[in-house]
Design a protein around this ligand. Structure first.
Ligand code: FES
Ligand SMILES: [Fe+2]
Length: 378
């Protein structure tokens, strides 16, 4: 037992040491992290605490709760949540844990005027205030008016809803100023989600963040899908900000416009997708007609819950065009899923080594991600 604890401690030291060593190094010195970074359960526990509890984490799209009383439930690092639009037209994120004896209050999604716990029928207003506590209300030592479902810090940016579980993160939007300027003409907040999916992949959550955010593999793994649209050779890194990093996935000049584009878009903006990450675990690609996105939740060190979706600029899009966009997205996702399962097997081998990263335009975002993690974890 003591030996095991000692070796876990050594692993943690080795990982944090590797992160410390990269600070300040340029893209020309970029090198991959040791395999334990992607396989250690102890390191995952630290990430859950310092990233998924302490930073802004995407939980969905604001259109999912467009009317007063609309709600959906979700969970983040073991914390059951209700995302709801309250009577004052605000989106709130409530704890989905009953204040009586701790049952999960509601499941699924819908529209309601109150949340009723199934166990003993305590009921709550949609803003979390306790409404009824049957047979207990008369007790002198229990003040119904002071009892409520706690709520967590919530911010909406670009039509995405983010939560901060420990209520200590600095406001998100100012950290995304540079990115907001880059993508404002796409009007992403008006895009409507017409496809969503959820599955568990056999990979560490960071491998998937990195995979989505590097263009080095576009012309290999996605040779039959994305290579025609966003080939590796046209990728162009842009400088990261405090709360984001990303690159332009440029299109070949001859590629035709797909779908409805906002008139604000410049010629250059029509000719590319902006690939961006709002770390730790929200990655997206915005193009004139759609935004595709993943918001990841670590499961184990070797598995990740992949929530994903597509929102369209044209909510009346023809069914065949909608289906074509979904097919392309899901095919590329399947290609990544297969590759990342292979990667995770390799990362657990005793003979795995680290290696150099490609120039910034192709793998610079992996380096940006490491630096973000160094800032938040050390
Ligand atoms: S646990 Fe919810 S009403 Fe008892
Ligand atoms: Fe990919």
């Amino acid at each position: 037992m003591m030996l095991q604890c000692f070796s876990e401690l050594q692993t943690m030291h080795a990982i944090t040491d590797s992160l410390r060593k990269i600070i300040g190094l340029g893209y020309d010195k970029a090198w991959s992290m040791p395999s334990e970074f992607y396989t250690s359960s102890e390191f995952l526990a630290l990430e859950k605490e310092r990233l998924f509890r302490s930073q802004w984490v995407c939980v969905g799209r604001s259109h999912q709760v467009s009317q007063v009383g609309d709600y959906f439930t979700t969970e983040l690092v073991g914390e059951p949540l209700i995302v709801v639009r309250t009577n004052d037209n605000q989106v709130k994120i409530l704890s989905n844990v009953c204040r009586h004896r701790g049952s999960v209050v509601v499941k699924g999604s819908g529209n309601t005027t109150s949340f009723v716990c199934p166990y003993h029928a305590w009921s709550y207003h949609v803003d979390g205030r306790l409404r009824r506590a049957p047979l207990i209300e008369a007790r002198a030592d229990f003040d119904l008016a002071r009892c409520r479902l706690p709520d967590f810090a919530c911010e909406i940016w670009g039509g995405f809803i983010y939560v901060n579980l420990d209520n200590t993160a600095l406001p998100l939007t100012p950290q995304l100023t540079g990115l907001s300027d880059l993508i404002k003409h796409y009007h992403m907040d008006n895009m409507v989600e017409l496809h969503s999916e959820e599955s568990i992949w056999e990979t560490n959550w960071k491998c998937l963040t990195e995979n989505f955010m590097e263009g080095y593999h576009l012309s290999t793994i996605h040779n039959k899908t994305l290579h025609q649209i966003t080939p590796t050779r046209l990728c162009q890194h842009f400088p990261p900000g405090e709360g984001y990093f990303g690159y332009f996935a440029n299109f070949p000049e001859k590629l035709e416009q797909r779908g409805l584009y906002h008139p604000d878009l410049t010629h250059a903006e029509r000719q590319r997708s902006v690939m961006f990450a709002v770390p730790p675990s929200h990655v997206a690609s915005v193009t004139g007609h759609i935004v595709t996105y993943l918001y990841l939740q670590p499961d184990t060190a070797d598995t990740v819950k992949v929530k994903r979706g597509i929102a369209f600029s044209d909510s009346d899009i023809l069914e065949c065009d909608r289906q074509a966009a979904i097919d392309l997205f899901e095919r590329t996702m399947a290609e990544d899923q297969t590759q990342l399962a292979r990667l995770q097997i390799g990362l657990k081998s005793s003979s795995v080594e680290t290696g150099p990263l490609a120039p910034a335009d192709y793998e610079g975002n992996v380096w940006d991600f490491y630096h973000y993690l160094a800032r938040k974890l050390l």
